[in-house]
Design a binder for this molecule. Structure first.
Ligand SMILES: [Zn+2]
Ligand SMILES: [Zn+2]
Ligand SMILES: [Zn+2]
Length: 338
């Protein structure tokens, strides 16, 4: 008899149309999941060397204002620039390139260098949500910008050496790969079923409960059925919204609340500030209505079984498909019980 909890199988990602290999029996390998001690030194509230702290000089020569809550600026070393002229290159359909104009910004969550989302006063985190909405609307209203990506990289493991709580906002002329895949799946679902893919998915997870990690009035936090990273989670709005700009006043508080609950659970899992990449997916700002889009956020954390053991996407994963050992149901249970 096949056992979904023990036997190897693959799961379909309804959002991307891709498959992930699940090998639960491999978790019976010797377990070394002891909790590592947290970082020894408590970081200071203000760091004179930090390019994000209030009043400090940035590498580009600008000086940060003495900000009290959030602070946004154009990235000094932006990956995309607004004044890039539109050009296209095509050599026999084989070598194709396009110029890509865009805008890259940095948003500091707080003047306090050592705060995290989990530790911020809720009223201050609400100001961060408000800033995300403002940035999405402002950058998205630029006719040259078709997609606005808000994301946070946290921790040295994710390539961020700066602890200062902040996120990045990259926006470009075209809709990027991952977003296009999810858009195609959501549009196809709507076409076929006359309903929203993530509304149906959220309802299913809400009734099954086995992959739920946390919830409030406005959002569900769950380990997706098709999760690739060991402790990957997704935040889904209960109400159908195509973008963060559709959040009501109370839903903005609800988003701040669920972000705090989920990041606090992550920090408790291995007793360390948990590294992750977090970001929102929402409707492109290309002027179309996009009723197929349902606002959500992904957390992709790299840690596997302790503060020091990370998952690498190598070998089979680079050549074939992603693979995981611990099941999404087990991962959800561990996060839920914290
Ligand atoms: Zn700082
Ligand atoms: Zn929906
Ligand atoms: Zn997504």
């Amino acid at each position: 008899m096949f056992d979904w909890k023990q036997d190897p199988h693959r799961r379909w990602n309804a959002l991307t149309g891709e498959w992930v290999l699940v090998s639960p029996h491999r978790t019976q390998r010797p377990w070394q999941g002891q909790v590592e001690p947290g970082p020894a030194a408590v970081p200071p509230e203000y760091d004179p060397q930090c390019y994000l702290c209030p009043g400090n000089l940035r590498a580009g020569g600008a000086r940060n204002p003495d900000y009290a809550h959030t602070f946004v600026f154009d990235n000094d070393f932006a990956a995309l620039r607004p004044a890039t002229p539109v050009e296209r290159f095509d050599r026999g359909g084989l070598l194709i390139a396009e110029s890509e104009p865009g805008i890259c910004r940095v948003l500091c969550f707080s003047p306090r260098h050592n705060l995290t989302i989990a530790a911020m006063p809720p009223a201050d985190l609400r100001k961060v949500v408000d800033a995300w909405v403002e940035q999405y609307l402002e950058i998205g209203s630029n006719p040259a910008i078709d997609y606005v990506q808000i994301f946070e990289n946290r921790g040295a493991m994710m390539g961020t050496s700066n602890l200062h709580p902040h996120c990045q906002i990259w926006s470009n002329r075209t809709v990027p790969n991952e977003v296009l895949k999810e858009q195609a799946s959501q549009a196809a679902w709507r076409e076929r079923r006359g309903a929203c893919l993530l509304c149906e998915y959220a309802e299913l997870e809400s009734s099954q409960r086995g992959r739920l990690v946390d919830e409030n009035e406005d959002f569900l936090a769950l380990v997706p059925f098709w999760a690739v990273w060991p402790f990957e989670t997704m935040l889904v709005s209960r109400r159908h919204l195509s973008g963060i700009d559709g959040l009501s006043d109370t839903e903005r508080n609800g988003l701040a609340n669920i972000l705090q609950r989920v990041t606090a659970r992550y920090d408790r899992l291995f007793g360390v500030p948990f590294p992750y990449t977090m970001g929102f997916h929402q409707r492109p700002t290309d002027g179309a209505e996009h009723p197929e889009w349902h606002l959500h956020a992904h957390f992709y954390p790299p840690l596997l079984r302790s503060a020091t053991v990370r998952k690498f996407m190598v070998g089979y994963e680079m050549l074939c498909a992603p693979q995981r050992d611990i099941t999404p149901e087990d991962a959800a249970a561990r996060l839920r019980e914290l």
